[in-house]
Ligand binder design. Structure first.
Ligand code: ZN
Length: 408
């Protein structure tokens, strides 16, 4: 992302940036009519929602057990939580042991080591005793969370819900979504869009922590730089004709963003700020270059419910398909086809909405070539980083990608 070697985003992280732009579309269309409101005082975030096997976690302090009994745990306290026959058994881990020992199964069968269970309950609640948050270790991942943590036994594992203030949530999301060494003006631009998404959530809303929503990785990502950026933009929002805009963003436009109507059709009709802008500020993105993937013709036809290989029959001025023809002369929008392929095959097969579908080869394999990452409407995240590096302000960046809007 920067011209300095070593500051480039790794593809996996860049892919996360891409994915972060997907849910924005889905979330926003549902809640656009709502007016601006204060950030929710509390959100319930299901953390580690994508972890398939949440059967055992470790906790480190400082924290306070609120339910079913009250107890204070100091900073050096470490506990193990395991689902044992439908109940969560919490035991202290002795301080000389690493947080995650290799004798997990032995511990489980013996009752998590030598200490008796502190509690054995279907549900318990912890609260962070400081702004550093409570530490949670799942496998090799260690993260810290502010607010309260509700642990609930489900099946053979557990669900962990972090009850966190809207403000702390936004701080973490901006830091979790941003590339490392992200310039502060780009962070500020991301903060405005994130605040606008979170504004619309009702108090106590339950959401996930993955890119299906916005990426949320806890307190460690709310760095001092991120906190400064969010605080400076806390009361600023982006308006067009006196109304709040739909804060669409994506990872990489790879040459230009698209008109909203080219991608979202009538959903974006009349939104004059969702207009094509030429962008060559995202060249440092790994998605700037074209990517070619293979898929079998049979699979592609199955995904799009077509007897024939889809043909692109209309493109917008940036080369993104607007419409594809399927069997029976049916049509599907380029965006809808892209969503179907992504949901079925994962988003790295066709990362961006600017794509080409070749004719099948002799083996029935089809090459799909794409450039960019994400839907291609609104703010280009890599471009925002590029513009910030050229000295542009958050205001400049936002009004560049959302023409005719005002930050106020
Ligand atoms: Zn761009």
């Amino acid at each position: 992302m920067s011209s300095r070697p070593g500051c480039r985003l790794k593809p996996i992280r860049a892919l996360r940036l891409l994915l972060s732009s997907l849910p924005a579309v889905m979330l926003l269309t549902a809640c656009l009519a709502k007016e601006a409101q204060a950030l929710p005082s509390m959100l319930r975030v299901q953390i580690f929602e994508m972890s398939k096997d949440l059967a055992e976690v470790d906790i480190d302090g400082p924290c306070e057990l609120l339910s079913p009994i009250s107890k204070d745990f100091g900073r050096s306290s470490r506990m193990n939580v395991i689902n044992r026959k439908g109940k969560l058994a919490v035991t202290f881990i002795s301080s000389h042991k690493p947080p995650r020992s290799h004798d997990r199964m032995a511990r489980a069968s013996k009752g998590s080591g030598d200490a008796p269970s502190l509690i054995n309950a279907e549900r318990f609640i912890l609260a962070a005793s400081s702004r550093d948050g409570v530490g949670i270790t799942v496998g090799r991942n260690h993260r810290r969370y502010r607010g309260r943590l509700v642990f609930t036994a489900i099946n053979k594992g557990m669900r962990i819900t972090n009850e966190v203030s809207g403000r702390d949530y936004v701080m973490s999301v901006v830091g979790s979504e941003a590339p490392p060494h992200c310039p502060s003006e780009a962070l500020k631009a991301f903060a405005v869009l994130s605040l606008m998404i979170v504004d619309r959530k009702p108090d106590g809303d339950t959401i996930g922590d993955s890119t299906k929503e916005q990426c949320y990785k806890g307190a460690d990502y709310a760095t001092p730089e991120v906190e400064r950026a969010v605080s400076s933009m806390f009361k600023k929002r982006l308006y067009w004709n006196g109304s709040l805009i739909r804060p669409y963003f994506h990872s990489t436009c790879a040459g230009g963003t698209s008109d909203g109507v080219s991608i979202f059709g009538n959903d974006a009709k009349g939104l004059d700020y969702l207009k094509h802008v030429k962008c060559t500020y995202c060249t440092q993105s790994p998605f700037w270059k074209k990517k070619t993937s293979n898929i079998s013709a049979v699979k592609l036809k199955q995904i799009l419910a077509s007897q024939t290989v889809p043909l692109i029959d209309e493109r917008d001025q940036t080369g993104r398909p607007v419409s594809l023809v399927l069997s029976g002369d049916r049509h599907i929008s380029g965006y809808e086809a892209w969503i179907k392929i992504g949901r079925s095959q994962g988003w790295d097969l066709v990362p961006g909405t600017r794509y080409d579908i070749a004719a099948p080869d002799g083996q029935g394999s089809i090459k799909i070539t794409s450039s960019g990452a994400g839907h291609g409407v609104g703010l280009c995240q890599w471009g925002a980083v590029g513009l910030a590096r050229l000295g542009k302000s958050a205001d400049d960046i936002l009004t560049f990608y959302f023409p005719k809007t005002k930050l106020k």
